[in-house]
Design a protein around this ligand. Structure first.
Ligand SMILES: Cc1cc2nc3c(=O)[nH]c(=O)nc-3n(C[C@H](O)[C@H](O)[C@H](O)COP(=O)(O)OP(=O)(O)OC[C@H]3O[C@@H](n4cnc5c(N)ncnc54)[C@H](O)[C@@H]3O)c2cc1C
Length: 530
C-alpha cells in the first residue's frame, strides 16, 4: 500500500543563471560545504529560504575531548543508539573527525564554554561541547554566517537568501542544475540555474508532524526534491521524537524544546502524581536514548489516558544560568521550571533518514549531493545519538566542499526537465500533519499506516497561484508518503521506529530500507545491509 506522489505545478521561467556548485541551505552543513568549496576554488552559489534548525540547537556538539573518553567509546554509544543499523565505517570516520572540527570552529571564532563538557542521553562519557550554556547552535550559526558574508564581500561566493529550490534539472539521469524561485510570496521570479553539482543541505522535515521542535521552514524540501528527481531515499521511517517538548493544550506546529542536558543535570520525567516514568525501563533511566524515553512516555500517557507528562527540573542547580533559553521559553508559556514541574510530550525532532549519501555527500544520482540532516549516511542508523548531528553537518559539510574543489560553471545553459503535476492544497496541511502524528508518530501499526496512506492519496489539489505554501505543502505530502510507506514496510520495532503490531526487533530486518520514486510511485529496494 502506498500513495501517489504529487509534483509541483509548472511555473513560467523568467531567467537563466549558472554556477559550478549550487548549495541549497545555510545551516551548519550548507555553510560548511559552501565555504570549503569556495576556499578550494569552486564557483559557488548558495541559496536559502531562511533559517533552518542550526541556530536553535540547544544541546551542543559531541566530540571526544575528555581525558576519560576515546573514539571507540563515542562510536560504541553511537552504534548502541543506532540499534544495529549504523554503518561502522561512517561512524568511525565521524568520531575521529569531530574533535578536529570543533577545534577548527573555535579557531574560526566560535566561543565555546571552556572547561565544561556536558552529558546527554545515550552518552557514556561527558563529551558535549556547549556555547553560551544552551545556545550552541546559535554560536555555530553566528560564526559560519560571519564567514559566509565575508566570503560574499570578498567575491569568493554568491548568496541568494531569498530563494527557494523547487526541483532538480535532470538530463539523461544526471542532475545538471536547479530550478529556483526568488521572492516567492509576491510574484515568483523563476530561474533555471545550470550547475555541475547541486548540494542539498536543506535539513529535516519536522513540520510533517503536528508538533515539532523544528522552525517553520523545515518542510522536507530537499528530500522531496531528490525523491522526485529519482534519487534513492534511505531509513526515512526513523524519525526521532524528542521526549521533552513543552506541552500546552491545543498548541501545534513548532514548540519549545527542553534540552536533554537538563536531564543530564538531574531533571526527571514524572507523571501527574510525581512518580518517575523511566525507573526500571532502562539502565540509564531518564538519560536512556531518545527512542526509549519517547516510547516509554507514549506508553505511560496511553495508560493514564493523558496527552502529556512532566519534567521536574526543580533540583537542577544553576538552572537559570545554565539553561537561560529553556527557562525563558517556559516562563513565556506561564510555567516556572524553578518552582513547578513543566508539562511535556514527545515532538518530531530529527530525521535519521533522508537522501541516501556517502560520507562525501555522493547520492545515487550523478551531480546531486546531500549533506547534514537531509542526508542518510548510515551514521545515525535507526536512531541518532544526541548532539551527533551538528558534528556530522560540520564535518561532512567540509568533506563535500573538498570533493567539489575547483568546480567551474557549465558553459551551456541548463538543459534537463523537471516533473510537473498537480500540487497539494495547503489548506489540508494541518490535517495531514495531525494524521501523521496519530498514525506515524512515536507508535505505529499497519491499520493506522494504511488509513494514513489512503488519506494522503486523496489529498486536495492545489488551485490558484503557486506560492511558497503550495511548494511546502506538496513537499510535506511527498515526505509523508515516503515516511508512511517505509514505516509500513518495516514489520518490526527498532530504534525510533516502533510498531505496536510488531513490538520486537527482527534480525531479518537488520538492514537499511531504500526507496526510489518512479513515475510518481514509490518503489522499495530493500535489503541494503547496515
Ligand atoms: C530545537 C532543536 C535543538 C537541537 N539541538 C541539537 C543539539 O544540541 N545538537 C545537535 O547536534 N543537533 C541538534 N539539533 C539538530 C540540529 O540542529 C540539526 O540536525 C542541524 O542543525 C541540521 O543542520 P543542516 O545544516 O543539515 O540543516 P538546517 O540547519 O536545518 O538548515 C537548512 C537550510 O536549508 C534551507 N532550505 C531548506 N529548504 C530549502 C529550499 N527549498 N530552498 C532553499 N533553501 C532551503 C533553509 O533555509 C536552511 O538555510 C537540534 C534541532 C532543533 C530543532
Amino acid at each position: 500500500v502506498t500513495a501517489t506522489l504529487r509534483a509541483l505545478p509548472p511555473l513560467p521561467v523568467d531567467g537563466e543563471d549558472a554556477a559550478g556548485v549550487v548549495v541549497v541551505g545555510t545551516g551548519a552543513a550548507g555553510a560548511s560545504a559552501a565555504l570549503e568549496a569556495a576556499a578550494q576554488g569552486a564557483d559557488v552559489l548558495v541559496i536559502s529560504k531562511g533559517d533552518g534548525s542550526t541556530p536553535w540547537a540547544q544541546g551542543g556538539l559531541a566530540a571526544v575531548l575528555g581525558p576519560d573518553d576515546a573514539p571507540e567509546l563515542h562510536a560504541r554509544d553511537t552504534e548502541t543508539a543506532g540499534a544495529g543499523l549504523c554503518d561502522p565505517g561512517a561512524v568511525g570516520s565521524l568520531v575521529a573527525a569531530a574533535p578536529v572540527e570543533i577545534r577548527r570552529l573555535a579557531a574560526l571564532g566560535a566561543r565555546f564554554d571552556v572547561g565544561h563538557l556536558g552529558l546527554e542521553g545515550g552518552h557514556s562519557r561527558r563529551r558535549i561541547v556547549h556555547a553560551g550554556g544552551d545556545a550552541s547552535g546559535a554560536e555555530v550559526h553566528r560564526v559560519l554566517g560571519t564567514h559566509l558574508l565575508r566570503a560574499v564581500g570578498a567575491g569568493r561566493l554568491r548568496l541568494w537568501d531569498d530563494a527557494v529550490a523547487l526541483d532538480a534539472l535532470v538530463e539523461a539521469g544526471r542532475v545538471c542544475g536547479l530550478l529556483v524561485a526568488r521572492r516567492l510570496g509576491g510574484r515568483p521570479h523563476v530561474v533555471r540555474i545550470a550547475a555541475n553539482a547541486v548540494v542539498l543541505a536543506t535539513g529535516g522535515f519536522g513540520h510533517a508532524y503536528a508538533t515539532t521542535t523544528n522552525p517553520a521552514g523545515v518542510t522536507g524540501d530537499g528530500l522531496a526534491l531528490a525523491a522526485r528527481a529519482g534519487a534513492e531515499v534511505a531509513d526515512v521511517e526513523f524519525v526521532q521524537f524528542h521526549p521533552t517538548v513543552l506541552w500546552q493544550p491545543g498548541r501545534r506546529g513548532r514548540r519549545p524544546l527542553l534540552t536533554e542536558a537538563l536531564r543530564g543535570a538531574g531533571a526527571l520525567i514524572v507523571d501527574d502524581t510525581g512518580q518517575r516514568v523511566m525507573t526500571g525501563v532502562h539502565p540509564l533511566a531518564d538519560l536512556a536514548p531518545r527512542d526509549v524515553v519517547s516510547s516509554a512516555m507514549a506508553e505511560a500517557m496511553a495508560e493514564r489516558g493523558s496527552d502529556h507528562l512532566y519534567l521536574d527540573a526543580r533540583r537542577v542547580s544553576g538552572l537559570e544560568a545554565e539553561f537561560p533559553t529553556v527557562v525563558a521559553a517556559c516562563r513565556a508559556a506561564g510555567v516556572d521550571p524553578a518552582t513547578e514541574p513543566v508539562p511535556i510530550a514527545p515532538g518530531a525532532h530529527y530525521a535519521c533518514g533522508g537522501v541516501r549519501a556517502d560520507m562525501d555527500g555522493v547520492t545515487s544520482l550523478e551531480g546531486l549531493f546531500a549533506v547534514g540532516e537531509v542526508a542518510a549516511t548510515g551514521v545515525h542508523g535507526a536512531n541518532r545519538l544526541a548532539s551527533n548531528s551538528l558534528t556530522e553537518s560540520l564535518t561532512l559539510g567540509r568533506r563535500v566542499g573538498r570533493r567539489l574543489a575547483g568546480l567551474r560553471r557549465p558553459t551551456r545553459p541548463a538543459a534537463g526537465s523537471v516533473p510537473a503535476g498537480p500540487g497539494v492544497d495547503p489548506a489540508g496541511r494541518a490535517d495531514t500533519a495531525d494524521a501523521m502524528s496519530r498514525h506515524c508518530g512515536v507508535r505505529r501499526c499497519a491499520t493506522g499506516l494504511e488509513s494514513l496512506l489512503e488519506d494522503l492519496d486523496g489529498a486536495g489539489v492545489a488551485e490558484g497561484p503557486v506560492g511558497l505554501e503550495v511548494v511546502e505543502a506538496t513537499n510535506l505530502h511527498t515526505v509523508s508518503v515516503l515516511v508512511a510507506t517505509a514505516a509500513l514496510l518495516r514489520t518490526e520495532s527498532r530504534g525510533c521506529h516502533r510498531r505496536s503490531d510488531f513490538p520486537s526487533s527482527d534480525e531479518g530486518w537488520a538492514r537499511r530500507s531504500v526507496l526510489r520514486v518512479s513515475d510518481g510511485r514509490v518503489g522499495a529496494a530493500l535489503g541494503a545491509g547496515a
